[in-house]
Design a protein around this ligand. Structure first.
Ligand SMILES: [Fe+2]
Ligand SMILES: [Fe+2]
Length: 272
């Protein structure tokens, strides 16, 4: 089921299938439908994507000022792109790591996230439509899948980088985005972003929960392992300001992320 979502290119078709499979999973878990067993699968290295938007290197994606309608369209378009990518990321963790024995709750959590991201994508597409645009109208960032590729062989690395770094970053930036739409009195966009903001806390929390679970199983110190994995797999340093309150709510304490705001001294550099 996860692989089927990943190999569906069209955004609306992908999210429709994602919601359908999520509903089937939860019906099965409640005993209302035949049991679905966790199997193994060979997901594609990269998910299928629609022909539009054109994917460009981040430095080639045109910047638009957020105070203008064109700027707000570009912002919503970027959010839609992130949400569609997130749908694939959550199904990918399910398909990619089927060989790692995990409690059934692990699958419940990521299916729930995938279902939420599918709604996020659809809500943002609806907002785009209301201001005369659509997903695919503008170029979007290539390279969003890089974190998934880099951590394709490492479940703990995947949890550290995707929910605990990238999705946590969403908690930092979303309030500022909501302000932009509040100034424009764009009620639909405000409502959509507020739902996204509330639900994303849960995604970070699931990441933190299962990361800690795996550290516990390996008798490893979560903070040290987190620092090692992020430094190994994530390109660049983390950028403050952080939403410390929402990060704490999601189970990410400051001593996890603050040390990652600084580059490590180069190997062999003199230390005092
Ligand atoms: Fe989302
Ligand atoms: Fe998310």
């Amino acid at each position: 089921m996860a692989t089927e979502v990943l190999t569906t290119a069209d955004g609306q078709a992908k999210t429709a299938l994602s919601k359908q499979h999520a509903a089937a999973w939860f019906a099965s878990r409640k005993g209302e439908a035949p049991e679905i067993e966790v199997g193994t699968a060979t997901p594609p290295m990269s998910p299928a994507r629609p022909e539009q938007p054109e994917l460009l290197s981040p430095r080639d994606v045109p910047k638009r000022r957020p105070g203008t309608e064109a700027g707000r369209i570009a912002l919503l378009h970027a959010v839609a792109h992130i949400e569609l990518n997130a749908v694939d990321l959550h199904w990918d963790i399910i398909a990619r790591f089927g060989h790692v024995p995990m409690p059934i709750g692990f699958y419940d959590d990521w299916v729930k996230c995938a279902e939420e991201e599918s709604r996020h994508f659809e809500m943002v597409c609806e907002c785009l439509k209301q201001i005369g645009s659509f997903y695919g109208a503008l170029p979007a960032h290539a390279g969003m899948w890089r974190a998934a590729e880099d951590t394709a062989d490492d479940l703990m690395g995947r949890l550290a980088v995707v929910p605990m770094v990238l999705e946590a970053r969403g908690l930092d930036v979303t309030p500022g985005m909501i302000d932009i739409f509040r100034k424009a009195k764009a009620e639909d966009a405000i409502a959509a972003l507020e739902i996204i903001y509330a639900e994303e806390v849960g995604h970070v929390a699931y990441g933190s929960k299962w990361f800690h679970f795996l550290c516990g199983r390996e008798n490893a110190d979560p903070k040290d392992v987190f620092h090692q994995l992020v430094r190994h797999y994530f390109h660049g340093v983390l950028k403050p300001p952080f939403n410390e309150e929402k990060r704490a709510e999601a189970g990410l304490p400051p001593d996890f992320y603050w040390p990652l705001t600084e580059d490590l001294p180069a190997p062999g550099a003199a230390s005092k």
